[in-house]
Design a protein around this ligand. Structure first.
Ligand code: PBG
Length: 327
């Protein structure tokens, strides 16, 4: 009988030893909390498929922003849910549109203490639910959409947002947004490009959150889940067009993409742990089938280990508090 002389288990003998040799440490500063605000609400309203997440009123949004900052999260990502939609998504461009109003509110409340980001996409504002406007044959009109993204960027910048997140996957969107911002004197505003965004079933609950009713799907602009090299191409293009940071989305099922991107680029890499990733764990935990906190921290650790420097997650505040109290 021979015995092993090398024993990896020695480094796992106690919590203190495991803590000492841990390769991946999380900190609240790397989390960004996505927040939804719905026009006309006076009270926050729960989102059925995302237990624990709500559509905020303007008031409750301000309070949630303060709470998140107190918990130490690194940033906030704002999404607006308008009362009315039209084919052109004009509520996104309107300075009085809910997202632009919410940006002003949040900037006034916590703008000096955190990084305020906004989703830059038309899908929350269009009646047909697509991320761009449609041409006469009902196809998404890429280049006319770029025009509108430029206008939307100016409205968001005027409202004071720090970081703009173009998420519509139109060709040339980062360049169009950069040009619009620079042309209006907003050279200081940062672009977080949703560079590699897949046509994913994991966005399901988000549609509930923003009440978007999409005819058809987004496969002519979002990427095929099987493609990795194409993601690298999207990332390269976005950086060439002026992206300051790039994002991979979703996160959990795309850790290889995060890792490949992180190896190749020198800009910060973000990942978005999307609504469906959140909902799956919450639903299983509610049934007693999974340990909620462990699954939450494990999933966030895996995203960090893969190479994301910044993680957008609906658990940002919960995870930040757990890290403060237990880790
Ligand atoms: C587009 C956008 C979407 C999400 C974030 N930005 C929806 C989509 O592209 O289909 C999804 C986020 C999530 O599922 O948590 N405005």
């Amino acid at each position: 009988m021979s015995f092993p002389n090398i024993r990896p288990r020695r480094l796992r003998t106690s919590p203190a030893m495991r803590r000492l040799v841990s390769e991946t440490r999380l900190s609240p500063a790397e989390f960004v909390l996505p927040l939804f605000v719905k026009e006309g609400l006076t009270e926050p309203r729960p989102i059925a498929s995302m237990p624990g997440v709500v559509q905020h009123s303007r008031d409750s949004l301000r309070k949630a922003a303060v709470e998140a900052v107190q918990a130490g999260v690194g940033g906030l990502m704002l999404f607006g849910v308008p009362e009315n939609r039209d084919p052109e998504g004009s509520g996104g461009v309107d300075p009085g549109g809910i997202l632009n109003v919410a940006i002003r509110d949040v900037i006034r409340e916590v703008g000096d203490a955190t990084v305020v980001m906004s989703d830059l996409c038309l899908d929350e504002f269009t009646s047909h639910g697509h991320c761009g406007v449609l041409d006469a044959s009902g196809e998404v009109d890429n280049d006319r959409t770029l025009q509108l993204y430029g206008e939307m960027a100016l409205a968001q910048a005027a409202a004071g947002v720090h970081v703009l997140g173009p998420s519509g996957m139109m060709d040339g969107q980062v360049g169009a947004v950069r040009a619009a911002l620079d042309g209006a004197g907003y050279q200081d505003r940062t672009i977080l490009a949703y560079a590699a965004k897949y046509a994913s079933a994991f966005f399901g609950p988000f549609r509930d959150a923003v009440e978007s009713e999409l005819d058809g799907d987004r496969r002519t602009y979002q990427q095929d889940p099987g493609n990795l090299r194409e993601a690298l191409r999207e990332v390269e293009l976005d950086i060439a067009e002026g992206a300051d940071m790039v994002m991979v989305k979703p996160a959990g099922a795309y850790l290889d993409v995060i890792s490949a991107v992180a190896e190749r680029v020198t800009v910060p890499v973000a990942a978005y742990q999307v609504s469906g990733e959140y909902a799956m764990v919450e639903a299983a935990a509610a049934n007693g089938w999974i340990d909620r906190e462990r699954a939450m921290m494990e999933s966030l650790t895996a995203i960090r280990r893969a190479g994301a420097q910044i993680t957008l997650t609906y658990w940002a505040v919960d995870a930040a508090r757990l890290l403060r109290d237990h880790y």
